[in-house]
Design a binder for this molecule. Structure first.
Ligand code: BTN
Length: 236
């Protein structure tokens, strides 16, 4: 059960650090109102104005037969569904770890693997004003507030994300990504877009049923990639 036990620190360096190597049971959740050293993907930082975001980490011990990196997508689906519930707008998933609203990033997911444990961290921009969002982010950022024009209840959003994640993780544990594929494929932000991956230009055609991004190269060759940075070509 995701959310048992729960730890809340008004401020901490990173909620990831409250769970990594903690020995807590699977499903433990750490939350905070402000991080002083928030961690992003690929060694980047994740910063927010205090009290404006939903910041959480979840400790999971997935079964050995599952592909742990898929948990980033499992979490992204949960966040996208919660964002849709809260805003009434369609959210998308920008492979591999971003949740998009109105073509801007409103949430990022960071999955850190330690042996058989995975700590999945979620940062969801909720009530930041435009000037509180990073202006120079690689992917333009938004908050639910900047998109909808009003503030949202962070506590309710946290509960919604935990409930969606609990459902999604249970389905993924028993049936893998296949169980969630409809929710994922229909929210694929990159589908049909021109992208660059490791210096090569391609068209992103789909997220496949193993959670890989399928690229079509100018030669017509199709290649499924499992990780790496995807830049948009010719648009932001
Ligand atoms: C990214 O987009 O690069 C991933 C960002 C993940 C941020 C969240 S906030 C809660 C948790 N604690 C962290 O230090 N990072 C994740």
């Amino acid at each position: 059960m995701i959310g048992e036990p729960r730890l809340h620190e008004p401020e901490c360096e990173s909620t990831q650090l409250l769970l990594l190597g903690s020995g807590l049971p699977e499903g433990a959740v750490a939350t905070t109102d402000h991080q002083t050293g928030g961690r992003g993907r690929l060694g980047r930082t994740w910063a927010e104005a205090p009290g404006t975001a939903v910041l959480l980490s979840v400790l999971l011990r997935p079964p050995a037969e599952r592909r742990a990196p898929e948990l980033t997508l499992v979490a992204a689906i949960a966040v996208a569904l919660s964002v849709e519930d809260a805003t009434g707008l369609a959210a998308q998933i920008r492979w591999p770890n971003d949740v998009m609203l109105a073509r801007r990033k409103v949430a990022g997911i960071l999955a850190e693997l330690r042996g058989s444990e995975v700590v999945v961290g979620i940062g969801l921009n909720v009530n930041q004003a435009r000037e509180e969002l990073p202006a120079d982010a690689r992917t333009p950022a938004a908050s639910l507030r900047t998109v909808t024009g009003h503030e949202h209840d962070r506590a309710a959003l946290l509960e919604s994300v935990l409930a969606r994640l609990d459902d999604g993780y249970a389905a993924w544990r028993s049936d893998g990504l296949e169980a969630l594929y409809d929710d994922l494929g229909s929210r694929d932000f990159l589908r049909g877009r021109r992208v660059r991956h490791e210096g090569e230009e391609a068209v992103a055609t789909m997220i496949d049923r193993a959670g890989r991004l399928v690229l079509e190269l100018p030669t017509g060759e199709r290649r499924a990639v499992e990780s790496g940075e995807i830049e948009l070509v010719g648009e932001t």
